[in-house]
Design a protein around this ligand. Structure first.
Ligand code: CU
Length: 379
């Protein structure tokens, strides 16, 4: 399953690198407030009083970390809103997000929708934790560069009740082959996660072969229910090699949007994974899958960190903030699609957001639907 993942990431990174476009600066479109499911879209005043600040999970007080994972577990206790006949794997509202992510994988990865679609997806999830589960704390990110020396040594993966759960049970399945001449060594887990808030979690969507990206289809039984445990294989070699501080800073100072995407997602034929895929592979298990990784609750703090890198790059270079990378709206341009511009309509977010949103509405974290910042900028 894994060998082709890197190739896909890298192939598209290369493809998108060949086109550098400075996207036109589009004006914001006004929309009627009642078009959106969440309150306050247009009327919201984003200022120093109302802005929310996202913080590093490892810097949160233990009780605050537990309040966050309690809210995630609350979402896992809420009923699914999806058709159970069509989506048997959607066993609760938390899994609805994972199902939508699988359904949209072909349109929101390895293409120009990646950064903004995921930004809004995270915001929908954050808002749901607040509105459905009464969460009032900060939305945390996982600074994978700060923990790169040894992820186990930090609160986020120590397996305590104040963590995001720990490693999987040790199961030596050997190195993971990521290309013809490229593999990563086995980590320290490999089996089921049995500690912390998400111990023994069932991740019912089975692994999907990334080669599906070359056909643009999903297996017929993609949404069947499977009694599969959440797995992890924490890997300090991968984090030290692919998600270290120097690589993080390089991304936050990328010359343009194409180079930024490249530093996130790697390049074919080399041993560079990029910090985004590197972070995924440093966790292992379901996180190794481009399709089904959103079943692991660590997916959200990881992607919030990617959004922090994106936000930092935009803050460091305001003249590049609205740049898109010149790629289209489908992974590997399969099926072929138009080059994405700021006026392009984003793929929807399932029932959480069916009303059309343009890319330009999701460029700033303090305008449109958003009003948040990070506790610091990667400079
Ligand atoms: Cu994704």
């Amino acid at each position: 399953m894994l060998p082709s993942f890197l190739s896909f990431l890298a192939a598209t990174a290369l493809a998108s690198c060949s086109v550098v476009s400075a996207a036109p600066q589009g004006g914001r479109h006004s929309r009627s407030a009642d078009a959106y499911p969440w309150s306050g879209w247009e009327s919201q005043q984003c200022n120093s009083e109302t802005i929310r600040t996202r913080v590093d999970f490892n810097n949160m007080a233990p009780a605050d970390r537990k309040a966050y994972t309690d809210a995630v577990k609350c979402l896992m206790g809420k009923p699914s809103q999806l058709d159970p006949e069509q989506y048997p794997a959607a066993i609760n509202r938390y899994m609805d997000y994972a199902v939508i992510h699988v359904n949209r994988t072909q349109h929101v990865h390895l293409d120009a929708f990646f950064l903004t679609w995921h930004r809004y997806f995270l915001w929908l999830y954050e808002t749901d934790l607040q509105q459905s589960c009464g969460y009032t704390g900060a939305f945390p990110y996982w600074d994978f560069a700060a923990t790169a020396s040894d992820p186990h040594a930090f609160p986020i993966f120590d397996g305590s009740e104040y963590s995001m759960s720990g490693d999987g049970l040790y199961d030596n399945t050997g190195p993971t082959q990521l290309g013809a001449n490229f593999s990563i060594p086995h980590g320290t887990g490999g089996g089921c996660v049995t500690t912390g808030p998400f111990a023994n979690l069932i991740a019912p969507i089975k692994f999907i072969d990334p080669s599906q990206l070359t056909t643009g289809t999903l297996p017929a039984d993609a949404f069947a229910y499977n009694e599969i445990c959440l797995q992890r294989d924490l890997n300090a070699y991968v984090s030290q090699t692919y998600t270290n501080q120097a690589q993080l800073v390089a991304a936050a100072h990328a010359d343009n949007a194409s180079q930024f995407e490249y530093l996130l997602n790697g390049v074919i034929g080399s041993s560079s994974l990029g910090i985004h895929s590197g972070a995924h592979f440093s966790v292992g298990g379901q996180m190794n899958s481009i399709h089904v990784s959103a079943q692991d609750p660590i997916w959200y703090p990881l992607h919030t960190m990617i959004d922090k890198v994106y936000t930092s790059w935009q803050a460091n270079y305001p003249d590049r903030a609205s740049q898109l990378d010149g790629s289209t709206g489908t992974a590997l341009n399969t099926p072929p699609s138009d080059v994405v511009t700021l006026d392009s309509v984003e793929p929807d977010w399932g029932y959480f957001q069916l009303t059309p949103i343009q890319v330009q509405e999701l460029i700033s974290t303090t305008a449109g639907p958003f009003c948040y910042q990070y506790d610091n900028v990667i400079s």
